[in-house]
Unconditional design. Structure first.
Lengths: 545, 276
């Protein structure tokens, strides 16, 4: 690749060493790339590919036991890898700024937004307090925070996730840095907010001619924002080039594999649905009350409002919505982790909403749940086989029998049965999620409730788990309630889709209809916000082919 | 076992373990070295240490062998420390687990009771208990245990509060587990490491509490304990200071050993906290 004349940052054969005992010796190996002014370079890779470590290495924000042991980081004619701590302090913020994934933890909760942005000026410039205040307001206006005046006086917890990320961007851009490093800045945000933030970054970048190093795991985001792309795998940059050629004509097998795993936004051809309704959700409501004294001044949240849905036997019902839409509360009502306030949940002729705790315990084998977080959903002190056998043991199966059955289930979910005496931490995220699935299947449920079951997984692993789920649905005749915030995932596996907003179902119907011909404006907004929508529609491969 | 390996990597933790093993060896070998009753009169009173080979550590003001009392005293200290700690942890875990798991009014009631106990200085409470129920070895041990439970209760409650909403607990509930299975099988094993570490603190304090009680001559006078010996030595403190100093060193070493072991356990069980 020829060196662009105006390269702002150039990495030359950068190696970052990990401490002994890590899963590989180097987090980043021989990384070479350059970013020109006024361009957005996306670094894509799955978790553990070393993309974040590389970003932190540029800023020299590595933990003590991790170090750069070869290569150069050339920024404005200086090698940052060899710069002193004092020199780095001058570069950070002023020369290179950074925004992070979780704005809530990146902001100091005890200081106002205005204070924290103003700090950039008081550290790096000699402006007066009044001048700083004016600059802060101008910045907040730049990032389009509604009502900048009160946003400057607000504390981080008083702003929404999107507004906090805008504040972070304002802070990063305060000193007009030459380079902005954005480490998964939209991953923690809802899809509609993500679309706004991406537009904002693009716009500010174009106006200020900043170079942006944008780190992401999402090819949709890449399609949306990137000028050039670098793909990372196991610490190596395996492919780089301009966005269009990498996305549509990938050369490296790994890139091809990643792009193939991106779920396309077109629903697979509809399957024949049974007329037999296995689960009926009828006018279910749940209200949370917090705070207040003797019922006065309490904050009331209508998490689920009069939701009615039906799940035919053997079908998959997707419930999609953004955070706070009440989809998880609904899922927990269905399995009675939360008691609904009103309504009926009919399963096998019994009203689940009205069963006593004791009855729920006995009937629970009919309906099981798969959880979101592959790390916290498995008890770290039990072996995998035990975890899977737990349910049957509770319901009276002999221990030896249950463990033997668990090993069979391991094979069913695509895990090596001989791995069943390992502890959860010895498995990868995707494997843990398979253990969670095996645990739910151990009771031979008719209905499976999957709450964001693939959201925490890398895209290639996500595709495998979805495929597994679809296969099991056929083989075991499972009916699935599939909760997700990701419409692309919902489009892949769901026969029926219900869109939730503020506790209500605003639209539901066959997946093909909802995605192909959305009627409610909110559904349309959701679909429009999907990053790289054009790319997702064009690209044909499906996880099921 | 990673934790075991990490434990033995720390020199302080190993030192603590060696010291603790020495104290245990003293306790075990007491009747082998001194088959006679340790409280029996053995010779002339107030013989200085190392001046008579028959009484290596000298004799106290009634002519009893100090070395014998130190060895037998190790038994008492370890017994009181161990049993009182078990009692305190048992009560504390029980109350903390229920308060943390159920929350709501159960939590409010149990925590108000805990706070009521915490506001009383525990040595004063110990004095009252011993004054009311008498000072035999059994009552002293139970009393020490009973005054030490509030701290582990609060610790257990805090652990339960953070663990009870974890997804694996919810998963257990959707599998149809009873509350008691969730508490004892799912949450408690994950809550134990900090409680085990705290147990070493309770053990050290329990040993000190018994000694303090004995110093005030309120502990069981019919057993050879380090505290009793210090209490006796009080009368001759200005000249024959060794009568109090020798058991004092024994207490110091034991408490230090227990604390070092506790710190070592902490580093071994919570490796991520180390070096902060």
């Amino acid at each position: 690749m020829s060196e662009p004349a105006s390269a702002i940052l150039t990495l030359e054969g950068l190696d970052v060493r990990l401490p002994a005992g890590a899963d590989r010796s180097h987090a980043v190996i021989g990384a070479s790339l350059s970013i020109a002014a006024n361009e957005i370079l996306c670094v894509v890779g799955e978790s553990g590919s070393g993309k974040s470590v590389m970003a932190n290495a540029i800023m020299r924000l590595l933990p003590n036991e991790v170090s750069i042991d070869a290569g150069r980081v050339m920024f404005e004619g200086r090698d940052l890898a060899a710069a002193s701590t004092a020199e780095m302090r001058a570069v950070r913020g002023a020369g290179i700024a950074m925004i992070f994934q979780e704005p809530m933890t990146a902001l100091n909760p005890l200081r106002t937004i205005g204070d924290q942005i103003g700090e950039m000026f008081s550290i790096h410039t000699g402006l007066s307090n009044a001048a700083i205040r004016a600059r802060v307001l101008a910045l907040l206006e730049d990032v389009r925070i509604p009502d900048p005046d009160s946003a400057a006086k607000a504390y981080p917890h008083e702003l929404s996730g999107g507004q906090r990320q805008r504040a972070m961007i304002a802070m990063a851009l305060a000193l007009d840095p030459r380079l902005l490093i954005a480490d998964e800045p939209t991953t923690a945000l809802d899809v509609t907010t993500q679309a706004q933030i991406l537009t904002l970054i693009r716009e500010l970048q174009a106006r200020k001619k900043t170079a942006v190093l944008f780190i992401t795991h999402d090819f949709g985001v890449v399609a949306e924002i990137a000028d050039r792309v670098a793909v990372m795998q196991h610490g190596h940059i395996v492919e780089q080039g301009d966005a269009a050629s990498v996305l549509y004509r990938p050369q490296h097998p790994y890139t091809k594999q990643l792009i193939a795993a991106v779920p396309p936004l077109t629903a697979p051809p509809p399957r024949k649905l049974s007329d037999d309704i296995i689960l009926t959700i009828d006018n279910v409501s749940k209200t949370f009350r917090t705070g207040g004294f003797l019922g006065r001044g309490a904050r009331v949240t209508h998490a689920v409002k009069n939701v009615s849905l039906e799940l035919p036997r053997g079908a998959t019902l997707g419930i999609v919505g953004e955070s706070g839409s009440g989809k998880s509360t609904l899922a927990r009502c269905i399995v009675r982790l939360i008691d609904p306030d009103a309504g009926a949940i009919m399963l096998e002729g019994k009203d689940w909403a009205k069963l006593t705790r004791e009855q729920v315990r006995r009937e629970t084998r009919h309906i099981q749940m798969v959880f979101q977080d592959p790390f916290s959903s498995l008890n770290p002190r039990r072996k995998a086989a035990e975890l899977v056998a737990q349910g049957p043991i509770v319901h009276g199966t002999a221990r030896a029998q249950a463990i033997a059955d668990a090993k069979e289930l391991f094979a069913l979910v695509g895990l090596d049965p001989s791995a069943s005496d390992r502890f959860p931490h010895e498995f990868s995220g995707g494997q843990r999620q398979r253990i969670g699935l095996a645990r739910a299947l151990a009771l031979r449920p008719e209905v499976l409730v999957a709450d964001e079951a693939v959201s925490a997984l890398d895209v290639s692993v996500q595709a495998q788990v979805l495929k597994l789920l679809a296969g099991l649905r056929e083989r075991l005749g499972l009916s699935i309630v599939f909760i997700t915030h990701d419409l692309r995932v919902a489009a892949q596996i769901c026969d029926l889709v219900a869109v939730m907003k503020d506790g209500e179902v605003v639209e539901h119907g066959l997946a093909g209809d909802v995605f192909g011909n959305p009627r409610h404006p909110y559904t349309q907004a959701l679909l429009d916000s999907i990053p790289g929508g054009e790319f997702a529609r064009k690209h044909e491969t499906s996880v099921f082919t | 076992m990673d934790a075991v390996k990490r434990y033995f990597r720390s020199p302080a933790a190993v030192t603590g373990l060696v010291l603790l093993l020495i104290v245990v060896a003293m306790a075990v070998s007491a009747s082998w070295f001194y088959p006679r009753e340790p409280l029996a009169l053995a010779g002339r009173p107030l013989i200085w240490p190392f001046s008579n080979p028959r009484f290596l550590l000298g004799t106290d003001n009634s002519g009893r062998d100090i070395a014998a009392q130190i060895l037998y005293g190790a038994r008492i200290s370890l017994l009181i420390g161990g049993v009182a700690t078990l009692i305190a942890i048992a009560i504390g875990v029980l109350i903390g687990a229920f308060a943390g798991y159920y929350g709501g009014w159960v939590d409010t009631v149990l925590m108000r009771i805990t706070e009521a106990f915490q506001t009383l200085p525990n040595f004063v409470l110990l004095l009252v208990l011993v004054a009311v129920f008498g000072s035999t070895l059994t009552t002293v041990t139970i009393a020490v245990g009973v005054v030490s439970w509030p701290a582990p209760a609060r610790l257990t409650r805090a652990e339960f509060l953070s663990l009870r909403n974890r997804e694996f607990v919810q998963a257990g509930r959707t599998l149809g587990m009873k509350d008691i299975q969730l508490i004892s099988g799912e949450i408690l094993p994950n809550a134990l490491p900090p409680i085990i570490v705290y147990a070493s603190v309770i053990m050290a304090v329990a040993i000190l509490l018994e000694s303090a009680l004995a110093f005030l001559r309120l502990s069981d006078p019919n057993v050879a304990s380090w505290g009793n010996l210090i209490g006796l030595g009080r009368d001759v403190l200005r000249v024959q200071w060794y009568v109090s100093a020798i058991p004092g060193i024994a207490i110091l070493v034991t408490v230090l050993a227990v604390s070092l072991v506790g710190q070592g356990l902490n580093d071994a069980l919570n490796p991520r906290l180390k070096g902060r």
